[in-house]
Structure formats: structure tokens, C-alpha cells
Design a protein around this ligand. Structure first.
Ligand code: S3P
Length: 171
């Protein structure tokens, strides 16, 4: 089985869906932000603050090349900007988790850890700018995706089941 890459905007639920997919399948999952944080020994927010976004994007590129060359049979959840990697399609089947911007923000705000979830994402600090970023990215996510799943008002487990059903044709 090829890798499966989860792409989509911040807070759409990539991590939650990944956690359900691994319960329902033999996949092991990794998260590109987690890989970067452990390599750097600092959280994404600090990397942005101390070293800047360009530095972070270069780390994403390094991870993308490493994934392509070294990782198979893995569910890879990605940071919201990772979809821009040139070799994305060479890493695996690209699954876009889609939901309207307002629903994504509502989902984050309804979470028990909402404040933490907003704070840890530098690009969500200003919601007006975040919406512009969403509008800019939406067609790009859709264009690069092999599979799109509308996650709006669906449980993570239902999204995971839909994902496993849809990736079967790529096995
Ligand atoms: C980013 C999304 C974040 C993280 C970083 C940049 C983006 O990941 O990689 O803050 O550019 O959309 P999540 O999508 O997991 O929040």
C-alpha cells in the first residue's frame, strides 16, 4: 500500500481523522509538524517566532524529500501548508479534508482546548487574514487532491471509514 497524505486547512481535523484511521486499519501514522518539532526540539509556534516562516517551510521541504525516499505504508497527516511541496504526489495518495472556513473555526472554538489550539497556530492569530489564506488555498488543495472528503458535521470515525473506502481503488 502506498502512503496516504492528509492535507487541508488548519483545524479541519487531520489529526483526529488520522487517529481513527489507525484504529480501523493496519496503518501507522506520522504528522509532519510532529516530525519537525522533534527534529528542532521546539514547537511550531516558537519556530515561526524565532526563525521565521521561510525557515519552517524549508524544514517541511526536507521532510517531504525524506518521506518520499524512506516511508511507505504510512498515513501521513500534514501541516496546512505542506500541500505546496513539489513532490507531494510522489509521497502518496493525497486526501483533502474539506470544510467551509466558518465551520472549521467553529470546530476549533467548540473544542475543550480551544484557546490552546488557536494559540499554537501562528497563522490563525488574525482570523481575517486566515480567511484570506483559506480562500487562496481552497482551489489549490482541491487541485492537488486525488480524493476529497467533506468533513463538515461528520464524526472523525465516519470520515475515517469514508477515507478507507475511497483509497481502496488506489491499493
Ligand atoms: C500551517 C499549519 C499548521 C503548521 C503551521 C503552518 C499552515 O499545521 O504546520 O502553523 O501553513 O497552514 P496544522 O494544519 O496542523 O494546524
Amino acid at each position: 500500500m502506498k502512503n496516504i497524505l492528509l492535507i487541508g486547512f488548519m483545524g479541519v481535523g487531520k489529526g483526529s481523522v488520522a487517529r481513527e484511521v489507525i484504529k480501523l486499519s493496519d496503518f501507522v501514522s506520522v504528522d509532519t509538524d510532529d516530525l519537525i518539532e522533534s527534529m528542532e526540539n521546539r514547537v511550531v509556534k516558537k519556530i515561526f517566532e524565532q526563525s521565521g516562516e521561510v525557515y519552517f517551510r524549508n524544514l517541511e521541504k526536507k521532510i517531504a524529500l525524506w518521506l518520499e525516499q524512506n516511508v511507505t505504508n504510512t498515513l501521513i497527516s500534514t501541516g496546512g501548508g505542506f500541500y505546496k511541496q513539489e513532490n507531494l504526489k510522489d509521497i502518496g495518495i493525497v486526501v483533502f479534508l474539506n470544510s467551509p472556513f466558518d465551520k472549521i473555526i467553529k470546530r476549533i472554538k467548540n473544542h475543550p482546548n480551544a484557546v490552546k489550539k488557536l494559540k499554537k497556530r501562528p497563522l490563525l492569530n488574525d482570523l481575517k487574514k486566515a480567511k484570506e489564506l483559506y480562500n487562496e488555498r481552497l482551489p489549490q488543495y482541491a487541485a492537488v487532491a486525488d480524493i476529497t472528503i467533506d468533513v463538515t458535521d461528520k464524526s472523525a470515525i465516519d470520515c475515517a471509514k469514508e477515507l478507507l473506502q475511497k483509497v481502496k481503488q488506489y491499493a
